[in-house]
Design a protein around this ligand. Sequence first.
Ligand code: PRX
Length: 645
Amino acid sequence: MSGEVFPVPASVAEAAYVDDAAYRAMYQRSVEDPDGFWGEHGKRLDWIKPYTKVKDTRYAPDVSIKWFEDGTLNVSANCIDRHLATRGDKTAIIFEGDDPNDSRHITYRELHAEVCRFANVLKAHGVKKGDRVTIYLPMIPEAAYAMLACTRVGAIHSIVFAGFSPDSLAGRIEDCASKIVLTADEGLRGGRKVALKANVDAALAKIGGVETVVVVKRTGGAIAMTEGRDVWYHEEAAKVPADCPPEEMNAEDPLFILYTSGSTGKPKGVLHTTGGYLVYASMTHQYVFDYHDGDVYWCTADVGWVTGHSYIVYGPLANGATTLMFEGVPTWPDAGRFWQVVDKHKVNIFYTAPTAIRSLMGAGNDHVTKTSRASLRILGSVGEPINPEAWLWYHNVVGQQRCPIVDTWWQTETGGILITPLPGATALKPGSATRPFFGVQPAVVDAEGKFLEGATEGNLVITDSWPGQMRTIYGDHERFEQTYFSTYKGLYFTGDGCRRDEDGYYWITGRVDDVINVSGHRMGTAEVESALVAHPKVSEAAVVGYPHDIKGQGIYCYVTLMAGEEPTEALKKELKDWVRREIGPIATPDLIQFAPGLPKTRSGKIMRRILRKIAENEFGSLGDTSTLADPAVVTDLIDNRQNLK
Ligand code: PRX
């Protein structure tokens, strides 16, 4: 662990919204008087009917979370219309295509027209307030138009990452009963085409209920159109006006559903609502990135993940910012692409994931140093713990030691950033997400839920609500309570472990449940296991994470075959391809170990702790194996592990 501390650079402190003293004072007020604090900061939005109530939240018994509950507003009006008078000609979105020669600026006025048109297309196809709309689009401006169009008419969007398989897409469409799917003919990434419409067709062959598929033309590739169900977006858009009044929504009306993995069962539909979410996304975007009017801001995430929702679309646009949308990948046409784009568009604030930093670090400094990057002022990191080595490279090589790095810890469930440095206020320690944002009250508890004080290590909980918190799991409030509020009664359990040091800085150590984080993508080991056992040759599977140089964690699968099946290399490949097809490329197993038996307790429970240690090559610390039904299984697994790379 690097012990170095990086003080706030004087130039950054001078220009920043808050310095250390201001942070402490604002933080203090935010937790002592949340009603006063958020009542004031909620006014950063335009409300149709102003709220008179601010916070009404309860973690036990019967979890209920409401913010600004009697206020009304419209998200798209806040992200677009209210900027038109002063920023109509300002660039809202810079689109940087996969092809380096393909880029485009979209002004706030153009965004208004595009979103209104999209909203009218939705209306023409019967979409009404409260309806669910599934979006399966690549990183093109239409993805942002579609999101904002949903908010304009009061529909609830559910974005499914365009890398998910037809099966995963089908499950998500079915869970929230969408009658309409928005997609593109094909996506374009790293010079390769992604068959989006074909995936939608395959998904819809499995489930009923979808009446309309709207297809955006991206590549012009050949696709099948089903008569009576599929329509081209450009044809529909030509039939409707570019003006659509925004629907008046209550602060607690649902805004979007986003599916995310947990330790058990199928992915959960995390539900965020309108007012609190937007207040929180916009406020964190301003303070965490020290965003000032005129800055060019780039978050490299995909809109299919929560980072794309809050920090490509909603936070930046609510603040009237210029936000860059990148269709491509960091390593194409070469590993200098990020920095070329930074120079091309004079990006000031750059927000990416540790996995990207590690892979670019491996490609060598030349790709970076031959660019200028003089425009950069603030760097950000999100998605997984950043190892100090990658942090230092990001700081020294990319940021030329000028730019503070904000290591932002948060989750799909939290809606926005919860633990993070503020550029003008926080001295940095590589690998630490540092201190809580305003209104956020983290605490560390032991396995029994006892609060641990001072410098300590344990499980990370949050003791009270903040406006961006998820409100429920779509259609399953009981699962919501069970998943997040039952481990420690009255506390929000994050599923993460953490350390708090003597300065009160938080160091996230990773998940403590059966969720793994692969290249910043969150995955339930149970999902990969159920994909594996669905293969006819597999009788049993156990999946764990193991340290991976680039991905952070890799996917390690122990597989027991059906009697009589041969454990061959060809079968390993077949199983990897199988999981890839079942869930999507991000779930492709890294290592498969055939295991004639798995370590189980006498009651038949698989002892994952042992499997994790073996996958990590830590044979010396297996702990107590005496409760195993057959301890010899472990020796077998260790012998085989040593033969795997
Ligand atoms: O384990 C934490 C890790 O990512 C999890 C949340 O994943 P997801 O809901 O997909 O959201 C990712 C983007 C917000 C967390 O429980 N995580 C996220 N950011 C960090 C992190 N771990 C350490 N440091 C971070 N900055």
